[in-house]
Every structure is written in structure tokens, then in C-alpha cells.
Design a protein around this ligand. Structure first.
Ligand code: NAD
Length: 369
């Protein structure tokens, strides 16, 4: 049905945009049409994840200039649009076919995922408002860029039907997932986290440090307040250091639970039975992040990514109500499934977070990993 628009149809009926309802009522089996604006580390992964979803169609991706990533978009068959003041002649000179500009792309979709660099998402907001397109922003933007901050396990329901959402940063996503699990099961009185942060992503050759450990002198760090944009009453204090690695972040957690679990096995089993957690046993000999990412390369999901919170059996101890555990967070990919769920929440496609998580994880192969 060319030219069909869930948004236009909903507007014509004077009702909120709800293609899930259409589908349930048998009116339409159309997939939601998605654009990704910004095709870097996060954008290219979100684009692939969207393209794999049974209820979504990736209509196009937008780039500012030709690059190996623009070339990959073309090779994958993703229509390429120009954004952020990019020049058509540059794409033509590179021999990359261009389907149009960002305004044209926004006119064809039901929702856009903004994956532009930090703070550029806010600049793009006017563009989305003018096109009247719902938008998913990323964690590099301040919380007030959107109506709500989002995490699938922690606050899917509260985000349903909101036209603008912000998927929080990689570290905040990791903490919010763990917090959702621990609060639900035992309650959390108080949480202290030290974040050992990777200095740069693997492809970033201009960032550092390449030696030394840099304390973050903002005390406590911004991550705690950011988690509270999702879980407002969580008592949490975060501190951070930056270290010369590109693989992952590691969180060192001490949580004072409200009620004591039976034993540490009960906590591990709870994490193990929660989607988007991967527990490593001692016999797997995963000593740290190098083996985690080697496992991810062996497994070969996405861009050889590790989209789950990684918890070590040996790295979790319980002392009454005091829980100590390490978790590793793959910064480049942990937010990818959350972006997919945020699309379903914003457009009210699926009523429950766990339904959306199951759909997303099935399409990405995470349910079998
Ligand atoms: P990136 O630099 O890898 O990619 C950003 C892309 O956007 C680049 O291709 C750039 O050319 C393009 N771009 C520049 N100006 C643009 C504009 N005006 N409109 C559209 N696109 C434009 O950045 P990234 O790491 O993918 O980060 C994107 C967002 O995701 C940021 O908010 C960041 O904080 C967040 N995030 C990043 C990570 C991470 O570890 N990389 C993790 C979680 C969240």
C-alpha cells in the first residue's frame, strides 16, 4: 500500500497514533516506517536492528558526508539521505547513490531515531518538530530534550505514547537494567557505583588517554542523576574514572538491598532469568573484558556486539542485605535493543515492555545467545 501513513491515518481519525491497534483490529498489517538520522557507532547498529524487526521497515539512513560507513549503508541496500548540511556533490564524487535529503526522508516515515553526535540531537529537534515526526534521541542529549528518558526493563509503560523519548547512555542503561531487577525483587535502600569507563570507542583514534587513569572530578558523577530520570526515587551515588581501554566499561557495585536474598545464587539466578543479562561461570575462564568481547566475536551477533549486561558469577557476593557485584557494559551496543523498544513504546505498538523485549531479542538472536 504505497503512501500509507500510520500517522496520517491516526490524525484523520482524530485518535492517537497507534498502529498496534490497527494491527490488532485487522485494519492494517503495515510495518512502522523508521528513519535513522546519523549513521555512526550507534546509528549503524540501530539501523541494522530495526531492519531485522518483523514490525518495522528501515526507510533510510542519513549521513553528513561520504565515508566507509556511508558505503556500507549502500552495500546493505539502505537508502542513503543527506543530512546536517552535507553536500550532494561530495556523495556524487564518491559514487554513492543518494535517495534525497533529510527533509524528504522525514516525510516518508512514522518515526526517526536521532543518532547524531552529543548535543547535535537537540539542534535537530526543530527539524523533527517541523516534520511532525516522533523521535527517539540518544543519551548524549540532556534529559529535557524529550518528554521522557527510556529503559525497556525499567520504565517501558511510563513511556508509552510519548512522541519524544531519550534512550539513556550506555552506563545509565546498564545501571537502570540492574536496578529494575533488584528493586522489583528485593527493593534497594542505597546503591554506590564506581564506573571504570573506557577512554574511547575502538574506531576513535583521536581520543584518549592512552596512558594513565583519569578521575572524574565531578563528585558524584552525572550518572546517578541520569539514572533517576528513569527511576526517580532510586538512592544512588556514582563516581567514575576513565582508563585507557576501548572494549567496555566496568561497574563496581555495592547495593544495600531492602530485603536480604536467600543467598548469592538466588541473585545470580534472578539475573540469569532476566533478558539482556549474560552471566559467566568460573569454568568459562572469562577473566575480564578481553574474553567477554572475544566471546562476542565468536558469537557474531550484530557487529560482534555484547548487548547484554555482563555479570560474573565469581564477581558477585552477598553479605546479608549488602550485595557486591561487577558488571561489564559494551558501550557501542547496549543501547541498540533499547532503541528498538523505544520505537514500540513511543508509537504504542506493544502494550508491555516484556513483549517488546521478547520481540526485539528474538529478531536480534539475543534470546538464543
Ligand atoms: P558517532 O560520532 O559515532 O556518530 C554520529 C554520526 O552522526 C556521525 O556519522 C556524524 O557524521 C553524524 N552527524 C554529524 N552531524 C549530524 C547532524 N547534524 N545530523 C545527523 N547526523 C550527524 O557518535 P555515536 O557514538 O554514534 O553517538 C551518537 C549518540 O549516541 C550520542 O548522543 C552519544 O552520546 C550516544 N551514545 C554513544 C555511545 C558510544 O559509546 N558510542 C553509547 C551510548 C550512547
Amino acid at each position: 500500500m504505497p503512501g500509507f501513513s500510520f500517522r496520517a491515518e491516526a490524525a484523520a481519525r482524530g485518535s492517537p497514533f497507534n498502529p498496534g491497534a490497527h494491527r490488532r483490529s485487522g485494519i492494517s498489517t503495515q510495518r512502522v516506517r523508521v528513519a535513522v538520522n546519523g549513521f555512526g557507532t550507534i546509528g549503524k547498529r540501530v539501523a541494522d536492528a530495526v531492519a531485522k524487526q518483523p514490525d518495522m521497515e528501515l526507510v533510510g539512513v542519513a549521513k553528513t558526508r561520504p565515508s566507509y560507513e556511508a558505503r556500507r549503508a549502500v552495500e546493505k541496500g539502505y537508502p542513503l539521505y543527506i543530512t546536517g548540511g552535507g553536500k550532494l556533490e561530495e556523495f556524487q564524487a564518491a559514487g554513492l547513490p543518494v535517495a534525497g535529503n533529510i527533509h524528504e526522508l522525514l516525510g516518508k516515515v512514522d518515526i526517526v531515531v536521532d543518532a547524531a553526535p552529543d548535543k547535535v540531537g537537540r539542534e535537530n529537534r526543530t527539524l523533527y518538530e517541523l516534520s511532525n515526526v516522533p523521535v527517539i534521541f540518544q543519551g548524549g542529549e540532556k534529559a529535557d530534550v524529550a518528554q521522557a528518558s527510556f529503559n525497556a526493563l525499567a520504565n517501558y509503560s511510563a513511556c508509552r505514547g510519548k512522541r519524544t523519548l531519550r534512550v539513556v547512555s550506555c552506563n545509565t542503561t546498564g545501571i537502570a537494567r540492574a536496578a529494575a531487577v533488584l528493586r522489583e525483587r528485593w527493593g534497594v535502600d542505597h546503591w554506590e557505583v564506581t564506573l571504570v569507563r573506557r577512554a574511547a570507542d575502538p574506531a576513535e583514534s583521536k581520543k584518549g588517554p592512552i596512558n594513565g587513569i583519569l578521575p572524574t572530578f565531578q563528585l558524584p558523577s552525572h550518572h546517578g542523576p541520569d539514572v533517576r530520570t528513569i527511576l526517580p526515587d532510586l538512592v544512588i551515588a556514582t563516581t567514575a574514572v576513565v582508563v585507557p581501554t576501548t572494549l567496555m566499561h566496568v561497574h563496581v557495585n555495592h547495593v544495600r538491598l531492602a530485603r536480604a536474598p536467600k543467598d548469592s545464587k538466588e541473585v545470580l539466578d534472578t539475573f540469569r532469568s532476566t533478558p539482556r543479562f549474560r552471566i559467566f561461570a568460573p569454568w568459562e575462564h572469562v577473566d575480564g573484558t578481553p574474553q567477554v568481547m572475544e566471546y562476542a566475536r565468536d558469537r557474531g551477533l550484530g557487529f560482534n556486539d555484547m548487548m547484554e549486561n555482563v555479570v560474573w558469577e565469581e564477581g558477585l557476593r552477598l553479605d546479608g542485605r549488602d550485595l557486591y557485584f561487577f558488571q561489564a557494559i559494551h558501550q557501542e551496543s547496549i543501547v541498540v535493543p533499547e532503541n528498538v523498544d523505544a520505537i514500540r513504546a513511543a508509537l504504542n505498538l506493544v502494550a508491555e515492555g516484556h513483549e517488546s523485549i521478547a520481540m526485539t531479542d528474538r529478531a536480534l538472536g539475543l534470546d538464543r545467545a
